[in-house]
Design a protein around this ligand. Structure first.
Ligand SMILES: Nc1ncnc2c1ncn2[C@@H]1O[C@H](COP(=O)(O)OP(=O)(O)O)[C@@H](O)[C@H]1O
Ligand SMILES: [Mg+2]
Length: 377
């Protein structure tokens, strides 16, 4: 007899995770706490997720025979990065429940679809235009103006596949570098802050949204998140409402993050959606009873969601490359800091190796100076 897909997964069930990165690793660790086994599917045998998995499939994402065996071995499938080919979900979806499903994956894989989706969901976005040729780029620049950002529509992360255009003569070289991939031109947003909000949504539509956080980037890679964001309450509420709305309209089952730019007049513009746990939600591991990874697994397993309430303030620092790893010994010796490492062998430049969460009493982030908040990080 086949199982009712809406009933909570019983303990010891197996959750399949597509992708072997740190988000899958931390999801698998949360799943283990909740009494589930994880079967990780990824091309690389020594990936962070594989190291903590109960079962493994080491194969390409379009290997139909291995995908079929994976589907047969798991009770539900999720993914930890949105660049899983849509073909993979097409193969798996008839065989096993996939959470979140195709809609969340396809919208968030493509910046053009993502921008149109955000606008339709009532989230304002900066002016943008698709760019397939140099003529398109000239026309888009004439409409959008400078400065602007030219990005690949797919497979971008940590600022890869992007060029900031400040002068007209920079356009040709940027186009030549990023072409022939499909591109998007976006107006450069003169933001005062970047903030994000993480929302969890269960199969029954129940939603839990964490407090919005302030994010700072270094070389286009997330460096710091401050929880909560130091913004007016109306701005934080608006970010959280947008995240819940986007989750509902994507029919998401799992966790997502929406990244926003905050303008000087208090307007929020949507930047990106990540249909999975997000780096800007790592603070929830130490400052909330249910972390974003627990919520993701709860949603995917059909368990009731936990609370998204923040019992403490937190500052998260990413450990990136060799400079990040140089902070490790001091962080390990600091009792106010939780260290999370991803098991990556080599600290290459720009590579996320782990993160630190500094936990602080509620109200501290609002009041303290940055230099005090960052001590030990
Ligand atoms: N249109 C823009 N205006 C200003 N800054 C931008 C713009 N797009 C991206 N950035 C900066 O680059 C960072 C990374 O870009 P993003 O679009 O989020 O791509 P990804 O995170 O996938 O690399 C953003 O967090 C922001 O700091
Ligand atoms: Mg981003």
């Amino acid at each position: 007899m086949s199982r009712n897909p809406d009933a909570p997964l019983p303990p010891n069930s197996t959750i399949g995770i597509l992708g072997g990165g740190q988000l899958g690793r931390m999801s698998a660790l949360a799943a283990a706490e909740l009494g589930y086994r994880c079967h990780v599917y990824a091309p690389d045998a020594d990936s962070p997720g594989m190291q903590v998995a109960a079962a493994r499939s080491v194969a390409g994402y379009e290997d139909e025979a291995t995908l079929a065996a994976f589907a047969a071995a798991v009770d539900v499938v999720t993914f930890e990065f949105e660049n899983v080919p849509s073909r993979t979900l097409e193969i798996l979806a008839p065989l096993v429940p996939c959470r979140p499903g195709m809609k969340a994956l396809s919208v968030c894989q493509d910046r053009l679809q993502e921008k149109a989706f955000l606008a339709a969901a009532g989230v304002p976005v900066a002016p943008w235009a698709p760019v397939a040729s140099e003529e398109d780029l000239q026309a888009a620049l004439a409409r959008i103006g400078l400065p602007a950002v030219l990005k690949t529509t797919r497979f971008g992360y940590d600022g890869r596949g992007q060029a900031v255009l400040r002068a007209p003569e920079e356009a040709a070289a940027a186009f030549a570098r990023l072409h022939p991939k499909p591109l998007i031109l976006e107006a450069f947003v003169p933001f005062t802050q970047e903030i994000s909000a993480v929302a969890a949504r269960g199969p029954d539509g129940a939603t839990a949204v964490y407090d919005a956080v302030e994010n700072r980037h270094h070389h286009h890679i997330l460096d710091l998140s401050f929880a909560p964001a130091r913004v007016p309450a109306a701005v934080a509420d608006s970010a959280r409402r947008h995240a819940a709305q986007v989750a509902a309209e994507l029919e998401l089952v799992g966790v997502l993050a929406v990244e926003f730019f905050l303008l000087p007049d208090g307007t929020l513009l949507g930047n990106e959606i990540a249909p999975r746990p997000h780096n800007s939600g790592h603070w929830t591991q130490d400052a909330c009873q249910s972390s974003q990874f627990h919520q993701h697994i709860r949603a995917v397993a059909g368990l009731p969601l936990g609370t998204a309430e923040r019992h403490s303030d937190a500052v998260m620092r990413n450990l990136v490359g060799p400079e990040g790893m140089a902070k490790l010994l001091a962080a390990q010796a600091n009792p106010t800091v939780s260290v999370h490492l991803y098991g990556k062998a080599e600290a290459r430049a720009g590579r996320k190796m782990g993160h630190l969460n500094r936990v602080l009493p509620r109200g501290t982030v609002e009041q303290a100076r940055d230099e005090d908040l960052l001590s030990g990080l």
